[in-house]
Design a protein around this ligand. Structure first.
Ligand code: T4K
Length: 374
């Protein structure tokens, strides 16, 4: 097998037709309004809100700011129970709000926070649970919600990977007290950089919007110390044009998902990550785990071979957040308490997955992987 001529990345963004972008941009040039909640922003905000079937939605300039503000708006103190198996932004959003993380291990298969372990971590300082719908796979929201009610805790969902996901017929953005979405270029739906906060709580939504705009409620009425979380008009245009391409992208990703499953079926030591039942999937990632004992080779070996062939999958998420310098001093960060998360971080591999990937490329990626097996 020859290496690919061009690099095959873990993902490639939807790139809209430039003429379409230009057409929309002309409106901006006419009005001269480049940012500050102007027409394109407002149009996108309402489109995304309808698509996600949520009560309230605020667009943001990125998912991290969105999460920081969602947490800030809850006005909580003390400790927050959180998964270590996530992107650094999840943890940092707590730190920027002066909240102490208490790490809770994930379930072995879903890789989402394990509700059975949450109660044991609750004390009188606990104020919230911050759970991530990892790889777009919904957390066990019913169990989480039961625990939260019992102990009067807020529930924050990092739904960065879960754009458009529905569980038991319910929009993922309507779970918990508040949710955050990311519209980064590597996400299924993107505005280059961007994000959103969703909630069912009207007054919380108002606060989120005020915090996003320097704390300005009305002109000359600054009611709290907000920051700048605004999405600009140019990026909103990219969002609007990308929005039209979304269903086609999802359809194609579903086909690619099927191809991967067919080619990798029955390969000992390659476990395909699966999404829970009763879920309308969004096909954000295609994730496998390399079980070294069964496969005969480690994930490191696999990555080395892929690199030779010009293929660049991602070790999402390695290392786990509890092993970062800033967090490893926490008592809850000890590896022995977080073995499911740690093991996943050593085995998981997100394979190239995006609409423009060709069928023969998917096959070749699988052939390369199979060729590594002992
Ligand atoms: N919470 C969770 C659970 C998250 O996963 C994230 C972000 C956040 C919160 C924070 O949301 P944001 O503030 O980012 O909105 C990427 C993304 O930068 C990050 O947004 C994302 N999660 C994370 C899972 O993935 P990297 O380090 O993998 O990015 P990078 O630059 O290595 O990109 C991966 C590949 O994608 C590249 O090899 C090539 C391709 N690519 C990338 C970019 C940026 C393109 O083809 N075009 C591009 O413009 O983090």
């Amino acid at each position: 097998m020859k290496p690919f001529n061009e690099k095959i990345y873990v993902t490639r963004p939807i790139l809209p037709d430039l003429d379409k972008v230009r057409e929309e941009m002309e409106d901006i040039w006419e009005t001269g309004m480049l940012t500050n909640f102007s027409d394109k922003h407002n149009e996108l905000e309402s489109k995304v809100k309808n698509y996600l079937k949520v009560d309230h939605l605020a667009l943001f300039n990125n998912g991290t700011t969105a999460l920081m503000i969602a947490i800030k708006a809850l006005d909580i103190k003390g400790e927050v129970i959180v998964t270590p198996f996530t992107f650094p932004a999840t943890l940092h959003a707590l730190d920027w709000n002066n909240l102490k993380p208490v790490f809770c291990d994930v379930e072995k298969d879903s890789l989402n926070i394990d509700p059975e372990r949450i109660e044991g971590l609750i004390n009188d300082k606990t104020s919230a649970i911050l759970a991530v719908h990892i790889f777009g796979n919904p957390c066990d929201h019913e169990k989480i919600s039961r625990i939260a009610k019992k102990y009067d805790l807020r529930v924050i969902y990092d739904a960065a990977h879960a754009f458009g996901v529905e569980v038991d017929g319910k929009s993922i953005g309507n779970l918990g007290d508040v949710s955050m979405f990311s519209f980064h270029a590597t996400k299924l739906f993107h505005t280059i950089e961007g994000g959103a906060v969703t909630t069912q709580d009207k007054s919380l939504a108002k606060k989120v919007k005020i915090l996003r705009n320097f704390g300005i409620d009305e002109p000359e009425k600054i009611v709290m110390p907000g920051i700048n979380g605004k999405l600009n008009e140019l990026q909103s245009v990219v969002g609007l044009v990308n929005f039209e391409l979304l269903s086609k992208e999802i359809k194609r990703r579903k086909e690619i998902h099927g191809l991967y499953c067919d080619y990798l079926k029955g390969v000992d030591g390659v476990d395909i990550y699966s999404i829970n039942a009763n879920v309308k999937k969004n096909y954000q990632y295609f994730v496998i785990r390399i079980n070294e004992k069964m496969f005969g080779r480690s994930r490191k070996d696999v990555l080395e071979v892929f690199t030779k062939y010009n293929v660049f999958p991602s070790k999402y998420f390695f290392p786990i957040c509890s092993e970062f310098k800033h967090y490893k001093k926490e008592k809850s960060a000890k590896r022995k308490y977080l073995l499911n998360s740690y093991n996943a971080s050593m085995e998981v591999l997100a394979l190239p997955f995006y609409g423009k990937l060709k069928n023969e490329e998917v096959k070749k990626i699988c052939d390369i992987l199979k060729s590594v097996k002992k």
